[in-house]
Design a protein around this ligand. Structure first.
Ligand code: DAH
Length: 347
């Protein structure tokens, strides 16, 4: 039995020295020290020994067991160290390898223009506000003096949600005038940019969704002169100090009087022609329409609990895409929404 133990010990030591991985070690542990292992098998025979032999053999078997255990621990530490060393050698960081380029996005051109516009208005004391895109017909139409039966309320132009046409996707940002005046007393100065929706087929100048920027100023003694002064100053800031503006009479149900503001075409300087050809920027018009505006209708003020005898105001609404197209020389509205990076990267 003594020889047997010696032999097991020598074999175990040799095998442990050759073990290369933690898995090899585990296999050897089971083979020698496991429940059915070789050392365990010898210990099980102990019962057959004489009373004198038993403690001597017991001691020997235990010390063989302890030696194998110790060797297992030692090899475990060594193998761990060598695995770590190999890993460190393999994962050496080569700082000269070119990095992976991170593709950075940037702000959408339409939002670039929107931010410029907002900045100008904030500088003039306007408060920029946001409102719901799902709107009540009473705000979008009725309280803006657009009565039932008015063509702009037609189902063929407006996305309605229900049968009685009382809830819709707002067709303009003008309902923000009502919402703002409901909650603020004059003097007030508001700018409300946002998305609007109309049943239009998409083409170079139309889209079923586009952006408007609504403005509203109400105070005592506000006149058409204030409207003209403010809008000309703002548009010169946006389009350049040498821009030429004009106002044309127009009709909007929620303003009286109403007007539209045009800018002289910067390409043909109002002549409608470039080198004997029809100007491609203004299509021969000589002028580019910028916005609709007017003096807030007394009924609209009254609808919001503001006394039109004491207060007056002006309002305006402009199309953001049109403005971005003019500023950035974009000739097709759809490009703004397609989000093709080859297009976006140019701005
Ligand atoms: N809401 C009008 C539209 O969508 C634009 C507009 C015109 C807004 C005149 C106004 C305004 O505030 O005074 O065509």
């Amino acid at each position: 039995m003594k020889e047997q133990l010696e032999q097991i010990k020598q074999q175990a030591m040799a095998a442990l020295n050759n073990a290369a991985t933690p898995a090899d070690l585990e296999e050897l542990r089971v083979r020698y020290l496991g429940k059915k292992g070789e050392v365990t098998a010898v210990l099980k025979l102990m019962g057959k020994l004489s009373a004198e032999e038993r403690p001597i053999m017991g001691q020997l078997a235990n010390s063989v067991r302890a030696e194998i255990e110790q060797k297992l621990e030692d090899r475990k530490t060594q193998i761990h160290a060598s695995v770590l060393e190999a890993k460190l050698a393999e994962e050496v960081l080569d700082v000269t390898i070119p990095g992976v380029e991170v593709v950075m996005g940037h702000q959408h051109p339409m939002n670039q223009v929107l931010d410029q516009v907002k900045e100008i208005f904030v500088g003039l004391g306007y408060q920029v506000v946001d409102g719901p895109e799902v709107e009540l017909a009473s705000y979008n139409f009725t309280r803006l003096n657009i009565e039932e039966g008015h063509p702009s309320r037609d189902r063929s132009d407006t996305f309605y949600f229900n049968d009685d046409d009382s809830i819709l996707l707002r067709t303009q940002t003008s309902p923000m005038q009502i919402r703002y005046m409901e909650n603020h007393k004059p003097p007030l100065c508001m700018l409300a940019p946002g998305r609007v929706f109309r049943k239009d087929e998409a083409d170079a100048t139309h889209s079923p969704m586009f952006h408007q920027i609504e403005g509203l100023v109400v105070d005592e003694h506000i006149t058409m002169g204030d409207l003209k002064g403010a809008l000309v100053a703002i548009m010169k800031k946006i389009y350049g100090e040498d821009s030429v503006m004009r106002f044309r009479p127009h009709h909007f149900p929620f303003t009286e009087p109403s007007c539209e503001m045009d800018m002289q075409c910067h390409k043909c300087h109002g002549t409608g022609e470039v080198d004997g050809q029809t100007c491609s920027t203004c299509h021969g018009e000589g002028w580019i329409e910028l916005l609709g505006a007017g003096m807030v209708h007394p009924d609209v003020l009254r609808n919001c609990g503001i006394d039109p005898e004491k207060y007056s105001g002006f309002a305006f609404g402009m199309g953001l895409e049109r403005m971005a197209m003019g500023r950035l020389r974009i000739n097709d509205l759809r490009l703004i929404f397609d989000n093709d990076v080859r297009f976006l990267n140019q701005f």
